[in-house]
Design a protein around this ligand. Structure first.
Ligand code: C5P
Length: 233
């Protein structure tokens, strides 16, 4: 199972993103393009980063009726991303449609993973605002089960949930985990956080780190630290 650190490139433009990645010299980290950058820079940003040698996780969190998601995924499949995602809350039928959509492209299809509950959501909000009466871990696990039933490759979840998910769904079911912070770092708006070392211990397959690397005085050094703590070397 590949283990890697994915940098969330939550920037407002292509120029800012390329300037940031230039700080890494010949190192080509796995990067995550989220809504902000994708909407600002346009779909060609994916091809541009792929050409430079980066692996790309396109984090657009699709959530719509199955037909719309299938058609949108058909378009995304041609962009060359290595990983794409949907909200598991869209139902099994929507996730199956997403998979049909990405499988329509030529060559290897990107991995498709599902967001269970956002790592910024805590149990109180989930219960009070979303009216989900179950516990957060139960809800996350149930959504992960749905994603597996739909044939998806894994889920986005908190590192704190990675072990439970692997125990229930197998080690081959990917856990991609944001909400990662260095021991002395600020949690920002993340509610369920762990350090890279803790994420490794809990069996996370990919950790996603944004601000602890993008806002660091020396991003390349912060990235190297994350890789070293996460991979244990
Ligand atoms: O800056 P930070 O490390 O908090 O960035 C985490 C990234 O992971 C952000 O781009 C955020 O959108 C994304 N993400 C998340 N929680 C999820 C899914 C994605 O934080 N459940």
């Amino acid at each position: 199972m590949p283990k890697d650190v994915i940098i969330a490139c939550d920037f407002a433009s292509e120029t800012e993103t390329l300037a940031f990645l230039a700080k890494f010299g010949s190192v080509r980290p796995f990067v995550k393009i989220g809504m902000e950058l994708f909407y600002a820079a346009g779909p060609q940003i994916v091809a541009k980063l792929k050409e430079k040698g980066h692996q790309v996780f396109l984090d657009l969190k699709l959530h719509d009726i199955p037909t719309t998601v299938e058609k949108a995924m058909r378009v995304l499949a041609h962009l060359g991303a290595d990983m794409v995602n949907v909200h598991a809350a869209g139902t099994v039928a929507m996730m199956e449609a997403a998979l049909r959509g990405v499988s329509a492209g030529a060559g290897t299809r990107p991995k498709v993973i599902a967001v269970t509950q956002l790592t910024s959501t805590d149990e109180a909000r989930m219960q009070k605002e979303l009216l989900i009466a179950k516990s957060l871990p139960e809800t996350v696990l149930h959504y992960a089960h749905n994603a597996q039933r739909a044939g998806l490759d894994g889920v986005v979840c908190s590192p704190l949930e990675a072990k439970t998910i692997h125990d229930a769904l197998g080690s081959g079911f990917l856990t991609v985990t944001p909400g990662v912070r260095f021991a002395e770092g600020d949690a920002d708006d993340q509610a369920r956080v762990a350090t890279p070392a803790k994420a490794r211990e809990l069996g996370s397959d990919y950790i996603v780190m944004g601000r602890p690397i993008t806002m660091a005085p020396d991003p390349a050094e912060a990235y190297a630290r994350a890789v070293s703590e996460f991979l244990g070397r």
